[in-house]
Design a protein around this ligand. Structure first.
Ligand SMILES: Cc1ncc(COP(=O)(O)O)c(C=O)c1O
Length: 417
């Protein structure tokens, strides 16, 4: 690992919370990056700077300050567009988060283009944000949801996907990287499969954007959803990307200010893309902060991040696998194969909440519960699991301390049960 260790050395100083400046000053080990990432000072400063010196509403004011805020906000759209390799900033719709982006597609595109008895193909490993919007749509218009299964290995069963795909399939909606199993799905293959039957594909990239480079044009997909807070940006902002011609055909999702061209007594007309989907005052400072986070990741280099995290996850996995009674969900990492830097596990005879609480007593933050993925937990016939998730700021030393404390905690809990 030593040749790669420079990434945390280079970046960690940028994260106040990881630098003993936060509420928990005593050797905090944050292993919950998949729930939300920590924020570097570049992002925090962008927010402070915006609210201190540039705060004004966008697209409305005749005054200079509004022009500055608008320019910064629209620049954030350009940065987001470049970050994912899209052709135009018009293809970026700012939302509150990835959940809202998926709901936008379900309510606008889904309600328009999906009909009764049409089929939507999702997988058993989806986050609730990529299940519930389709259930709401299905209840409303009578379309069917079908589920791609999981292999014994804990990965997407591509053969099952082939079997479930029919000429009634109108959409494959799938996560790129699983927040529970850690696997990365074959998006190019799934895109080809969707397009072969005339369906669209939506990719939930929440757990991918901070870990590897994504290029929507190269992937050839139709929709992409992302959340700022998973990629070192502020909460309250996310985005939907889609091709201009698809967005043009979609009706607005929410109505109100900013999204109109003209308002009459009983009818209105819509603003140009992407504003027709952005009703009301947007999260201006947060979009600017998200763009700063994207620039920060690009400065480190997403390829470097991917390589470093791949090594780190192998190291963590190989340590955990030796623990007696551990059951890990998802595939074993393979060096150079894309995988999320996280491990989800259970310890025989113990509840994941007890493990997380014991670790918390040593200032180690992990997640326990169903991680908004009840379907995959039901599939494995469990209610909850523990999850340790890393980032490019994580270190081998942290993994060593975490594993040792986990082993001590298991012993304590078993001795006292
Ligand atoms: C894979 C995946 N999809 C979607 C989401 C939802 O993200 P948000 O709550 O920011 O909308 C998450 C959050 O954990 C996630 O991990």
């Amino acid at each position: 690992m030593s040749d790669q260790i420079s990434i945390p050395e280079l970046t960690r100083k940028d994260f106040p919370l990881l630098n003993k400046e936060g509420e928990i000053k005593n050797n905090l080990i944050y292993l919950d990056h998949a729930a939300t990432s920590q924020k570097p000072k570049q992002v925090i400063n962008a927010l402070v700077n915006y609210y201190s010196y540039q705060n004004a509403n966008v697209h409305r004011g005749a005054h200079q300050l509004s022009a500055i805020a608008t320019q910064k906000f629209e620049n954030a759209r350009q940065v987001t567009s470049k970050f994912i390799g899209s052709n135009s900033a018009k293809e970026i719709v700012f939302t509150r988060n990835a959940t809202e982006a998926i709901n936008l597609v379900a309510f606008s595109w889904g309600n328009t283009f999906i009909k009764e008895n049409d089929e939507i193909l999702i997988s058993l490993m989806e986050h609730h944000s990529n299940i519930v919007p389709w259930q709401l749509l299905s209840k409303k218009i009578g379309c069917k949801i079908k589920f791609i299964g999981i292999t014994k290995n804990g990965e997407l069963d591509l053969e099952d996907a082939y079997k479930k795909l029919t000429d009634k399939t109108k959409l494959i909606s799938i996560l790129y990287t699983s927040n529970t199993l850690g696997c990365c799905n074959p998006i190019k293959k799934l895109t080809e499969m969707a397009h072969n039957v005339g369906a669209h594909i939506l990719v939930d990239a929440c757990q991918t954007l901070a870990h590897q480079k994504i290029n929507v044009s190269e992937l050839g997909i139709d929709f992409l959803a992302g959340s700022s807070h998973k990629l070192c940006g502020p909460t309250g902002c996310g985005f939907l990307w889609s091709k201009e011609d698809i967005l043009e055909q979609m009706p607005p999702f929410l109505g109100g200010g900013e999204m109109i061209q003209d308002v009459g007594k009983y009818e209105s007309s819509w603003a140009d893309l992407p504003h027709k989907f952005e009703a009301g005052t947007p999260a201006i400072g947060e979009a600017i902060g998200m763009a700063e986070a994207m620039k920060y990741l690009e400065n480190i280099g997403l390829e470097k991040i991917k390589n470093y995290e791949n090594k780190l996850i192998n190291y963590l996995f190989n340590k955990l696998i030796t623990i007696k009674g551990i059951k890990i969900l998802g595939p074993k990492p393979i060096v150079d194969k894309n995988r999320a830097p996280l491990v989800t596990f259970n310890i025989e005879g113990l509840h994941s909440n007890d493990i997380a609480e014991m670790l918390d007593a040593s200032n180690i933050c992990i997640r326990s519960g169903h991680h908004c993925c009840q379907l995959i937990h039901k599939y494995y016939q469990i209610n909850s699991s523990a999850r340790a998730s890393l980032s490019f700021t994580s270190t081998v030393e942290e993994i060593d301390i975490f594993t040792k404390t986990l082993i001590d905690s298991i012993k304590f809990l078993k001795d006292n049960s």
